[in-house]
Design a protein around this ligand. Structure first.
Ligand code: KIV
Length: 312
């Protein structure tokens, strides 16, 4: 039998041809080398992840922004490992191609290195992610090394790392002095040396992001870090206009889903109140030939008596 590509994959135990289309860390790194921009976005549930994947987005981050934009906490410090795993699983069910990275939540990787590796492993084993993201620079490199030694891919994250907002004094732009900029560049170099496959640069001046992007061979993924990064990421609920509690300077609304949802709910309320919905088109029919019989029965019996007989 002539073995086509799909049969070869099946022979070697790959149950789906699509499985081999999965974007890997290697592919993400290659994109930097070939000068192709890397497009990434967050997702937290099956329905959105499926749409994101259909659109050919390279990488989906199940961000700890979940804490704010989905769970309604005031910052990212509240979300737990179990909540993150729960949402990573939902995303994984909707994705065939995009690489899935799970964000390690506050305190899940900073207390103890062994616990960090164990928690990173949970995202792969239980959550279905292909990599994890951790916040921090040079200080966190020993932990990142241990996670990578366990064969888990790691994405770094420097600049405005929201898990440290109380240290920064709020959601403030980072790397604005020569000293701070030098530190960011050294942090990025050390993350690269430790083996991360990419680095998120959040809320830093674009000139510093440009220098970092030049200094490291792994891709930089910017959010509020200008256009010279190798790729971009946004929080999906932010860019669709679903989460509008605050708007950082870098955020662009690519849609106004919030208004669409409000309009739709207004119409729904109006139609239900006026008896316009559901109409015949959105209702199930009883078979016409039996309609007379059921109507006759309905008129002829005392429903109360009949139901008492049944319950006796
Ligand atoms: O949690 C998140 O969504 C993130 C991105 C903003 C990078 O960390």
């Amino acid at each position: 039998m002539l073995m086509n590509k799909q049969n070869i994959f099946l022979k070697y135990g790959v149950t789906s041809y699509m499985a081999l289309q999965k974007i890997t860390a290697k592919k993400i790194i290659e994109k930097k080398k070939s000068g192709e921009k890397i497009v990434t976005i967050t997702s937290y549930d099956y329905s959105f992840a499926k749409i994101v994947d259909d659109c050919g987005i390279d990488l989906i981050l199940v961000g700890d922004s979940l804490s704010m934009v989905v769970l309604g906490y005031k910052n990212t410090l509240s979300v737990t490992m179990d909540e993150m795993i729960h949402h990573t699983k939902a995303v994984a069910r909707g994705v065939s191609n995009a690489m899935i990275v799970a964000d390690m939540p506050f305190l899940s990787y900073k207390i103890d290195i062994k616990e960090a590796v164990k928690n990173a492993g949970r995202f792969i084993q239980e959550g279905g992610a292909e990599a994890v993201k951790v916040e921090g620079g040079t200080k966190i490199c020993p932990t990142i090394k241990a996670i990578i030694d366990a064969d888990i891919q790691v994405m770094g994250h420097i600049g405005l790392t929201p898990q440290a907002i109380y240290e920064f004094g709020g959601f403030l732009v980072q790397g604005k002095t020569v000293e701070a900029a030098k530190k960011l560049i050294m942090d990025a170099k050390n993350l690269e040396k430790t083996g991360v496959f990419s680095i998120v640069l959040e809320s830093i001046p674009w000139q510093i992001a440009k220098l970092i992007t030049k200094a490291v061979n792994v891709p930089t993924i910017g959010i509020g870090a200008g256009s010279y990064c190798d790729g971009q990421i946004l929080v999906i609920n932010d860019m669709l206009g679903l989460f509008t509690d605050f708007k950082p300077k870098f955020l662009k609304y690519f849609a106004d889903i919030g208004s669409s949802v409000r309009n739709a709910l207004g119409s729904y309320k109006n139609e239900v109140e006026k008896g316009l919905y559901p109409d015949k088109e959105h209702s199930y029919d009883f078979p016409q030939q039996d309609l007379d019989e059921i109507n006759k029965w309905f008129e002829s019996v005392e429903i109360e008596e009949e139901s008492n007989k049944i319950s006796e």
